[in-house]
Design a protein around this ligand. Structure first.
Ligand code: ASP
Length: 434
């Protein structure tokens, strides 16, 4: 296995995990074995990646901002980055809306299946609604209030409070730009060193990546199948059109929108971009977490795509927290699908409202598994679709989460390339051979 490139090893892990999962269902192997002895390898792998997410965001954003050198460059680059994040998110949600309105997957859901799903997942839908109620309780400006941490140490211990860590890191970076260079130097050097240590840790963690991915996929399949594989399969096929609409939209983002962005603003060929990003995309797919994949995304964007550390350490931690093209597309499709299945007609005004709220909800979704589905509640409520409708889309969500996470981080990488290219910070990709 040693000489194979990382993405091939991860791919082998993924395929073997898939094969193991399917074989264990077909041959009736005990699910307990997989859950007790295989899943933990995957859990250890994901935990080790998450372990370094907070220090990585802190260190890389602080030095990212501090290294930009002056406030005017920072505001230009920051403004540009946020603008591209916003535009790509609106585009992705709109693509989702066009597809779901064209193919109308919700109208094809048989009444009986709809009733089945509603009774089966009613409590899950209620849980999500409760979590979302906690998120949006308070004033309309609550999301703004939530960005500011009350206690940075507490925020740093909560992976879903990443936006607060981002906020803290950015203002510390700005402060470092404004205090005498001599004093700031030590702090910058410290975080610079910490950053290098974390990159080394990523290398260690990548040694177990193929085994981790194998375990994650094998246990996922066994868990989805549950006690009644036949029933799980029926539910998944009943929701096939919906799932295909989401996945189709996600592929439009990856194969049309990002290539156009790259062609327009940089000299990087899409194929090279894709080749360079393969390991991160596979990890995003296997872990369903853009925060956990961030260390790998950063390394590849710098080493394989030639984006300067200055740009990557600013754009990517921010992107992994707030730029989620895949999630917003999924939320748009899911909202309209639920409305269609429940026989609700949505006006153009409501559809525009969905684009707006899905864009905001995607910003608020943490880069962890399942976050997008919780924030979907807010999209549904904004246009008066019953939140219990979430019960209709729970079954395939874990699978769709994998694909949308892959798009989320690919989108971040594409924006990093565009920002770097327009800032003159893109060097020729060094090695694409792995
Ligand atoms: N799992 C996604 C991510 O980490 C968020 C989501 O649930 O859509 O990017």
């Amino acid at each position: 296995m040693k000489k194979l490139p990382l993405h091939t090893k991860i791919l082998i892990g993924l395929v073997l995990g898939l094969a193991f999962g399917i074989a264990s269902i077909q041959l009736g192997w005990s699910a307990e074995f997989t859950v007790n002895y295989i899943k933990p390898i995957g859990t250890i792998f994901v935990k080790s990646l998450k372990m370094i997410a907070v220090p990585l965001i802190l260190a890389s954003l602080i030095i990212g901002v501090a290294n930009i050198g002056d406030i005017s460059k920072l505001s230009r680059m920051g403004g540009k980055t946020l603008m591209i994040f916003l535009i790509t998110t609106v585009i992705s949600t709109s693509i989702g809306l066009v597809l779901v309105n064209t193919f109308k997957p919700g109208k094809q859901l048989p009444l009986e299946t709809r009733e089945n799903l509603m009774s089966l997942y009613n409590s899950t839908a209620a849980d999500k609604a409760n979590v979302a109620a906690g998120i949006k309780s308070g004033t309309p400006l609550q999301p703004l209030i939530d960005i500011v941490p009350e206690n940075i140490i507490a925020a740093a211990t909560d992976n879903s409070a990443m936006l607060q860590v981002v906020f803290f890191a950015i203002i510390v970076g700005i402060a470092l730009l404004q205090i005498p260079k001599k004093k700031g130097e030590t702090v910058v050097k410290f975080f610079d060193g910490l950053n290098d240590v974390i990159i080394k840790l990523v290398e260690y963690i990548m040694i177990i990546a193929p085994y981790g991915v194998f375990a994650l996929i094998a246990s996922l399949i066994v868990e989805i199948a549950g006690d009644d594989p036949q029933k799980a399969w029926e539910l998944l096929t009943a929701l096939l059109w919906y799932s295909l609409t989401v996945i189709g939209g996600l592929f439009v983002m990856m194969l049309v929108v990002y290539p156009i962005m790259l062609k327009f603003f940089s000299k990087i060929k899409f194929l090279d971009f894709f080749k360079g990003m393969r390991p991160a995309m596979l990890l995003g797919f296997s872990t369903s977490s853009s925060s956990a994949t961030l260390p790998v995304t950063m390394e590849l964007v710098e080493k394989k795509l030639g984006v300067s550390e200055e740009v990557s350490s600013f754009v990517l931690p921010l992107g992994a927290t707030i730029n989620m093209n895949g999630t917003s597309l999924y939320q748009g499709v899911a909202a309209i699908f639920i409305a269609q299945a429940l026989g609700l007609d949505l006006s153009i005004g409501s559809q525009i409202m969905i684009v707006l709220t899905a864009t905001l909800a995607a910003v608020g979704s943490a880069g962890v598994p399942g976050a997008g589905m919780v924030m979907l509640v807010i999209v549904l409520e904004s246009v008066g679709i019953p939140t219990a409708g979430i019960a209709l889309i729970v079954a395939p969500d874990r699978i769709l989460d994998m694909v949308r996470t892959m798009v989320n981080l690919t989108g971040d990488a594409a924006v990093a390339v565009v920002v770097a290219a327009t800032e003159g910070e893109l060097t020729h990709p060094k090695d694409l051979e792995d």
